[in-house]
Design a protein around this ligand. Structure first.
Ligand SMILES: [Zn+2]
Length: 246
């Protein structure tokens, strides 16, 4: 385990996770103490694990490491990786820009990063196209809190991007990560990736999503996964998405 700047990471484990946290909580006991926070985060992660198994049939076997950093330490360590403010990322471990409470926002970030960790565990050498990886993570974090489909705001943002000719091509969205994009482009990239997975879930049913990810993991080929599960090719999917926001 790498040590934080002050080297005071607390370690705690559950069935599928090991948690290290270094947020600025003075007390260990009590309602606002660090032990309670750690337990809440682990409980949330285990719930997320169950949801991921139910929704996408992904159930990583090896324990996943999750590191929650104090915000300043996170920013000092990882600022160079992103051109926008990242709430967390996955690079072999789930790394989270921390809060001292389990907020709804933190819960969503934990869900999001868990999808990345699970895909990596299932296919460590597979470079997953960004829209499949980030779109899946965005879809999972939204779906886990009961959100189905694009919100009116998301839909109108995509209509506006389309009208301005700013929708990204599926080729642009196939880079493995969006960290190098500027804040505006990153916003479009995440939203549009979500829209791709949402389109697949809505038109073909949520139950096909786990088949799609399983076929991608098995064959290591996006074109094969799309054609086997959806009878689609990438260009056809791109056309379908762009037509939705015309
Ligand atoms: Zn992500």
């Amino acid at each position: 385990m790498d040590r934080g700047a002050d080297g005071k990471f607390e370690r705690r484990t559950s069935s599928h996770f090991e948690l290290f946290q270094d947020v600025d909580i003075d007390r260990s006991g009590g309602f606002h103490g660090s032990r309670r926070f750690e337990q809440e985060v682990l409980d949330e992660l285990e719930e997320a694990y169950d949801s991921l198994g139910k929704l996408l049939s992904l159930r990583p076997e090896r324990r996943i490491s999750v590191v929650i950093y104090d915000r300043e330490i996170f920013d000092a360590h990882f600022r160079g990786l992103f051109r926008f403010q990242a709430a967390g990322f996955y690079n072999g471990q789930i790394r989270i820009r921390g809060t001292t409470r389990l907020t709804p926002r933190l819960s969503r970030v934990l869900h999001h990063e868990l999808l990345h960790a699970a895909l990596d565990a299932a296919a460590p050498n597979l470079i997953v196209p960004g829209w499949v990886n980030e779109g899946g993570a965005e879809w999972f974090e939204a779906r886990a809190v009961g959100k189905r489909g694009l919100s009116p705001q998301e839909r109108s943002a995509l209509v506006d991007f389309a009208a301005a000719g700013r929708l990204l091509s599926v080729k642009d969205l196939s880079v493995p990560a969006f960290g190098r994009l500027g804040p505006r482009a990153a916003g479009i990239a995440y939203l549009q990736s979500y829209a791709y997975i949402e389109l697949l879930a809505r038109r073909y049913g949520e139950r096909k999503l786990p088949l799609f990810y399983a076929e991608l993991i098995r064959s290591k080929r996006l074109d094969r996964a799309l054609s086997r599960v959806y009878r689609l090719d990438v260009a056809g999917l791109e056309t379908a998405l762009h037509e939705e926001f015309r």
